[in-house]
Design a protein around this ligand. Structure first.
Ligand code: CUA
Length: 337
């Protein structure tokens, strides 16, 4: 018993704060009702489980008296005396509890999926095997837009509408502390919304098995105060640095001949590849390979020279770069701030 209590004491905070993907705490209006429902149903389940265990124990300990067994020694089923009253209590109680849980669940579903009025910002998120394409665009004319990957920035306290779709197979967009799961389906746009009530970096993950690297299809939502978000937005609208010289200039040539067929560095002529992530502001991102590796020079070198070694099955081929080519390319990528 003492050991059980000790385990529960250790587990309770661990459950509530278990890493960045915990769904037992939430930080936004779209996720809070779901978290409350989760805790409520968990509490109810524990109560019902404990009650049934207690009833079974009482049944075991409560010995029948003399005369309650027949000649063969089998217990006489005494309808009306023992069994039925419990049935009359148990059935309605179960019905009421299940009905209330169902109503609560439907209510939360309605709240979580309803659009939060007129959205201030709409972000398009497109699932790919195995990364997330993210498109921002301004309303108004001329309509300016930019793309990024695996990192969604949002302003704190502002509901952000998401248009979710997929370029290949079905994925599922899930940032547990900000919203419930929504599938991304090819040929269809699903709507969802997220809102963060405090600044922070919230981890998300593809939640629908989508192939070999499903587990390495993560993303981050970076919630910032409005002013910093606007600064980020303005910076992302800028094209890639032009007129790079020296080693980075040589790297630009390597990029144009080896990378640009799949990737875009906005502003660089001949670099409009759409198969892979837009790299215009690669260095502003915290991770590469969809949250798989921290964006450090070493990881970047390993990734551009042999991506399949880091993420087997990935579409990006191993590049047969010479040492000087790799150094030049890395110098160029560093300019994509
Ligand atoms: Cu995408 Cu799992």
């Amino acid at each position: 018993m003492r050991r059980l209590v000790a385990i529960l004491v250790v587990l309770a905070p661990a459950l509530a704060h278990a890493g960045p993907m915990t769904f037992m705490v939430s930080h936004g209006a779209a996720a809070n009702p779901i978290t409350k429902l989760g805790w409520g149903l968990l509490g109810l389940s524990i109560f019902v489980g404990a009650f049934i265990a207690l009833a079974v124990l009482i049944g075991i300990w409560w010995k029948r008296g003399a005369g309650e067994y027949d000649a063969r020694g089998w217990p006489v089923l005494s309808h009306g005396r023992n069994g039925l009253p419990w049935l009359w209590i148990g059935v309605p109680v179960s019905i009421v509890l299940l009905l209330l849980s169902a109503i609560w669940t439907f209510y939360v579903l309605g709240v979580a999926t309803a659009a939060p009025g007129h959205p201030k910002i709409t972000v398009e998120v497109i699932g790919h095997q195995w990364w997330w394409e993210v498109r921002y665009s301004e309303f108004g004319y001329p309509r300016r837009s930019f793309e990024t990957a695996n990192e969604i920035h949002i302003p704190v306290g502002v509901p952000v509408e998401l248009h979710l779709t997929s370029a290949d197979v079905i994925h599922s967009f899930w940032v547990p502390q900000l919203a419930g799961k929504t599938d991304t389906i090819p040929g269809q746009i699903n709507h969802a919304w997220i809102e963060a009530d405090k600044p922070g970096i919230y981890r998300g993950q593809c939640a629908e098995f989508c192939g070999l690297q499903h587990a390495h299809m993560a993303l981050y939502v970076v919630a910032q105060p409005v002013r910093r978000f606007k600064a980020w937005w303005t910076h992302q609208l800028q094209p890639a640095a032009d007129q790079v010289t020296g080693l980075a200039g040589e790297g630009e040539t390597v990029f144009r001949t080896r990378c640009a067929i799949c990737h875009t560095a906005r502003g660089m002529p001949g670099s409009q590849g759409k198969l892979g992530p837009d790299l215009t502001h690669l260095m502003s991102r915290r991770t590469i390979a969809a949250g798989t590796l921290p964006n450090t020079p070493g990881n970047l070198a390993a990734w551009v020279s042999d991506a399949p070694a880091q993420k087997p099955g990935v579409d990006m081929p191993a590049e047969d770069l010479t040492g000087p080519q790799l150094q030049a390319l890395l110098a160029y990528l560093k300019t994509l701030k």
